[in-house]
Design a protein around this ligand. Structure first.
Ligand SMILES: *Cc1c(COP(=O)(O)O)cnc(C)c1O
Length: 389
């Protein structure tokens, strides 16, 4: 355990138990040369594995050509990435705004909803247990009141309803509501996939009330759930989709996609960012999407997810397994502490995290091999068995 009393970093993160210095595919290496299997991917970010050669090549090439010109000018990779995202969303008529993170993608969506709704129609309804970011507005959209308290007052215009309860949503939709914002699988809330029928009913309610349906795909997007986007499991068409985490495979980039007529609510000057979509990030995203399509990562995630879920269900100490594709939570037997298990896994060379006090989250690269899955299951099985003694 490295404690760093002299650290000049703000203490927003827990003390670091290890320092990783190198990665390759599903493997990470710490400063002592010890090897780990990364089944967390920096929180669903490095979906193509560490040091992906195609992405590394794109970054280094772009760094030698052009890093930044500002959004006063367009970029070639940005246009291509936007067109590809529009196609992967099965849309064909959308527009994209690039930014630098998931929270910024959701900020863009919230501002767009207000602009589209017009004065008096500005509220955003989201679900309890959701996570949408840490800026003041996205923190308020995040349906976890205990996270709000230290930062009151938060921006107005947010309300929360019970997750997966269409009646509760129906009751919340009055004429002040501009949009509903939901994750297809609540990630930080514990890996809770939307139950069958819920999003269809949400879509129907939104249509009935003239409310935008905005889907937060920051964690679920880009193949992780076994489809390009999580909402595609549910047969709905959103009006706005936000994404970030996996889009740059570690290079910061976020995106807010909207149907063209919704996007048209933004006029020049309404929204901007200095770095968003700059050539380096856009070139990384272009390479990521190219690799993802070449490898058909949604199919890989679906297949690998099945193997991992089946293996987890067999382990003593695991009470239940939930998730979609390679976004998985293993609910531990009662009395087990997920944080202790996470620490023991790390010690044994497996990176996972405690998504709740009693559940582990597993989000390996979409390129993970069967052998790596079996190896990880072996490590976790041993850790759980040792904890039994
Ligand atoms: C991680 C996450 C965010 C926030 O993304 P940042 O890049 O950390 O700002 C928003 N929504 C969801 C669903 C997330 O998982």
């Amino acid at each position: 355990m490295t404690t760093r009393p002299e650290s000049h970093l703000m203490a927003t993160y827990p003390p670091q138990p290890v320092t990783f210095v190198r990665g390759e595919g599903t493997r990470l290496f710490d400063d002592q040369g010890k090897e780990y299997l990364d089944f967390l991917c920096g929180l669903a970010v490095t979906s193509l594995g560490h040091a992906n050669p195609a992405v590394a090549e794109a970054i280094s090439t772009q760094a030698r050509e052009l890093l930044h010109v500002s959004n006063l000018f367009g970029t070639v990779p940005g246009e291509e990435v936007a067109a590809t995202l529009d196609r992967l969303l099965d849309a064909g008529d959308g527009r994209v705004f690039f930014c630098n993170s998931g929270a910024e993608a959701n900020e863009c969506a919230i501002k767009l909803a207000r602009r589209f709704g017009g004065r008096g129609r500005h509220a955003v309804v989201s679900a309890y247990g959701s996570f949408h970011g840490r800026t003041l507005a996205t923190l308020h959209a995040t349906g976890q009141p205990q996270k709000h308290e230290p930062f009151q007052p938060l921006p107005e215009g947010f309300r929360h309803v019970a997750w997966a309860d269409a009646d509760a949503l129906a009751a919340a939709l009055d004429p002040s509501v501009a949009a509903v914002l939901l994750e297809p699988v609540q990630g930080e809330g514990g890996v809770n996939p939307a139950p069958a029928g819920y999003l269809t009913e949400v879509r129907r309610l939104c249509d009935e009330q003239g409310v935008l349906l905005m889907i937060d795909e920051v964690q679920t997007g880009l193949g992780r759930t076994g489809r390009w986007f999580g909402f595609q499991h549910y047969g709905i068409r959103p009006d706005v989709v936000t994404m970030a985490k996996a889009l740059g495979n570690g290079v910061p980039i976020g995106a807010c996609w909207a149907r063209a007529d919704v996007a048209a609510a933004f006029e020049p000057g309404d929204h901007a960012t200095t770095f968003g979509g700059q050539p380096l990030a856009a070139a990384a995203a272009r390479a990521v999407l190219g690799e993802m399509e070449r490898l058909d990562v949604p199919a890989r995630a679906a297949r690998a997810g099945e193997r991992l879920m089946c293996g987890l269900r067999e382990l003593d100490g695991v009470a239940d397994v939930r998730g979609l594709g390679l976004l998985i939570a293993a609910q531990l037997d009662e009395g087990r502490d997920a944080r202790a298990v996470t620490a023991e896994c790390l010690d044994a060379g497996l990176v996972v995290n405690a998504v709740t006090p009693s559940a582990l989250r597993l989000a390996p690269p979409l390129t993970v091999s069967d052998a790596e899955i079996d190896e990880a299951l072996g490590i976790l099985g041993k850790v759980l068995a040792a904890g039994d003694r």
